[in-house]
Design a protein around this ligand. Structure first.
Ligand SMILES: [Zn+2]
Ligand SMILES: [Zn+2]
Length: 336
């Protein structure tokens, strides 16, 4: 029988069940091929089909006109958007029931003009341009006072929710604080009010001393396997120095993030045989009091396990690989 430990996430307080047995990759994992194998000939994100992808909001171009080939990163409205840029901001009530217009922005960042080029295989400068596009779009959207928060995420591979193989990320600007961010903000604010410090800074300091869950401590962006990891090889990338807002990251910090992301994803690809994964950028709300308490971070969530009734019913994730074991495996693999 596998020994299991119930761990509490130091930020949100959520419970995770961690199996403490040895790393058993093949037995426990759902290692479906990540690729969807959608035909490049019909892909709207490939260079030359700019009209299909939609009018560009932002692009990195070495000269040349908009909406034609010649770009390396391109941002367009999401054609399957769940949010609309026009709408009312008020909340409607019907007894116990509440709703509001699906107001917001939903954009797609096409990360490369080439169909079969996963994000972490871009060279570091090209990957930096993707992060530059994220930062630039947050700066622009935060001028719209109807929006409270921005979440950037990435679906890669079949079981991540992706619909296309062509590498892209998505940005959502909400008129509210979504629950996953709200949980973190609440925990961070609680820690600040009791201890007067940033919980993420405290966590990084403890992990740098402990070492068991440290994956990479090179440069300005660190990689850790979180203590209460929900899935095997969950990884958080965080700036070493306190910073609540991704949009305030310097060019140098974005270069450090690009480099750490490349190296960590290369190792995860090796350990899990090129898995599907999600990435989520959590950054402080666009206005408010979170600057001292919150600390931006990028979560990498490999999708090699499935949610079951346990997760839906209890909110407790069962993780068959301890973060100590995952960090050891990822540390043991040199970059490449
Ligand atoms: Zn394509
Ligand atoms: Zn901090």
């Amino acid at each position: 029988m596998v020994a299991t430990e119930l761990r509490t996430d130091p930020i949100t307080g959520r419970t995770v069940a961690i199996d403490l047995g040895p790393f058993r990759r093949r037995d426990d994992f759902d290692l479906q091929p990540a690729r969807l194998d959608d035909p490049p000939a019909q892909c709207p994100f490939c260079e030359g089909r700019e009209a299909q992808a939609g009018p560009e909001i932002l692009a990195w171009r070495e000269g040349g006109p908009a909406n034609l080939p010649g770009w390396s990163v391109r941002v367009v409205p999401n054609r399957n958007s769940m949010l609309r840029i026009e709408g009312r901001t008020d909340v409607r009530s019907d007894g116990l029931l509440e709703s509001r217009d699906g107001l917001g922005a939903h954009e797609v960042i096409i990360e490369t003009p080439i169909h079969d080029q996963p994000l972490h295989t871009l060279d570091a400068d090209r990957l930096w341009r993707v992060l530059w596009a994220w930062r630039t779009r947050i700066h622009d959207l935060k001028r719209d006072s109807r929006f409270s928060s921005i979440v950037i995420f990435k679906n890669h591979g079949r079981s991540s929710g992706a619909r296309l193989d062509h590498s892209h990320s998505q940005l959502t600007a909400f008129p509210l604080i979504p629950p996953a961010l709200a949980d973190k903000l609440l925990g961070a604010s609680r820690h600040m009010s009791i201890n007067g410090t940033c919980v993420f800074c405290g966590l990084l300091s403890q992990e740098l001393t402990d070492r068991r869950r440290m994956i990479s401590d090179q440069g300005a962006v660190l990689a850790i396997a979180p203590y209460a990891s929900r899935v095997p090889f969950e990884t958080w990338l965080m700036p070493r120095d306190h910073s609540a807002r991704f949009e305030e990251a310097t060019d140098a910090t974005l270069h450090a993030l690009a480099s750490t992301f490349k190296s960590v994803m290369a190792r995860i690809d090796w350990a899990l045989e090129r898995p599907a994964y999600n990435c989520v950028l959590h950054t402080a709300p666009l206005s408010g009091e979170a600057d001292a308490a919150f600390h931006w971070h990028l979560e990498i969530i490999p999708r090699v396990t499935r949610y079951s009734g346990l997760e839906w019913g209890s909110g407790v994730h069962r993780n068959p690989v301890s973060p100590e074991e995952a960090a050891e495996v990822l540390r043991g693999r040199s970059e490449g």
